[in-house]
Design a protein around this ligand. Sequence first.
Ligand code: GAP
Length: 426
Amino acid sequence: MDKIVSLCKRRGFIFPGSEIYGGLANTYDYGPLGVELKNNIKNLWWKYFVQTRDDMVGLDGGIISNAKIWEASGHIKNFKDPLVECKKCHHRFRPDKLIDPSKCPDCGGEFTESKMFSGLFKTTIGPVEEEGEIAYLRPETAQNMFVNFKNILDSSGKKLPFGIGQMGKAFRNEITTGNFIFRTLEFEQMEIEYFIAPQSDWNKIFESWLEYIYGYADLIGLARDNFFNHEIPDEERAFYSKRTIDIEYKFPFGQDELWAIAYRTDYDLSAHQKASSRNLEYFDEETKKRFIPHVIEPTFGVDRTLLALLSESYSEEEGRVVLKLNPKVAPYKAAIFPLLANKPQLVESARKIYEDLRKEFNVAFDDRGNIGKRYFSQDEIGTPFCITIDFDSLEKSDVTVRDRDTMKQERIKIEDLKSYFEKKLN
Ligand code: GAP
């Protein structure tokens, strides 16, 4: 983990939040390469789960939301954890997560009485803070989809079963944080609410979603061997859920939840129907019956997916550090080098190839140092291909393409480069 954290800072993937002011614990900013990697994760998710399925539509709901949503969903009442504070060093902990909850693990000090602590971030709307209306930053994207269920049903004409997909920021006032971007105060989720008729064979639909989720792991390049389906036992599941699986991943610090899937019955829609007094029923034209749909919820953390990709792809071999990222998620698809930076003909030709390729792919240009250093620099950020323009290129209109993982090189005609990469990236 230390090596990943340091690489992320050094190469511009992830920086500590508010750093020049001494930082703000458990917040991070994504740098130039981090934002590319994150966007690739999200774009592939959107295409795979929303755009290429007839039974899915998308939503982009608001982050600031009416307190009534969170009353109805049960978050105001139940989204709480126990908290203790060390009387000596004032560090805070969740006593249920401590191996020895009787004394501080940092300084051995005595704890305060345990009290319940809300995980919701509260804010106020209006010019005078004290008189403002209380609103909450959403702790999950899911509720946007339940409260818009009727809007989407009426405007899209979708028939059951169908789902809504959404991605975006969520905020949680977490006490137990740490492990880099694994658990932070602000993070991104990608969630699906898949609505089904109450009498459906829910377990079959649940299983088919579980398998479909693993197709996404294959797509972005996370090996199935590194996953574990943690079936949550009855006594640990939320009371409204009939089945929940935490899809765990073997992170460098241990196995923990990466994604999850839950059958939430009709709990959420029923709760919102009751609290809002709006009818959220579905009318089945075939059976002429009205009912509240049930829901299966696959949920994904963007930041944890990014951390899993970094953990899985990080390798050290033959004196080099390589991020063996799947080309589909890699920030740069290729890097273009003139063999020598002081030969204008080479630089000009390399720049032309760069300008041409960047219209289709995110590519980098580098003319600093020697070729060996440039290769190592691109290996470290996961660029799958490096293209070198040398003197032969000027005569024969071809270039050397070097593969990140095999380090093998081949000559490719300049005019064939686009189709070569299109093939490699699919
Ligand atoms: N709507 C269901 C829901 O929100 P969750 O298990 O609490 O379920 C879903 O969260 C996913 O969001 C997790 O599997 C994880 O990937 C991510 N996640 C949750 N809390 C997080 C945090 N504090 N920091 C980063 N990711 C988090």
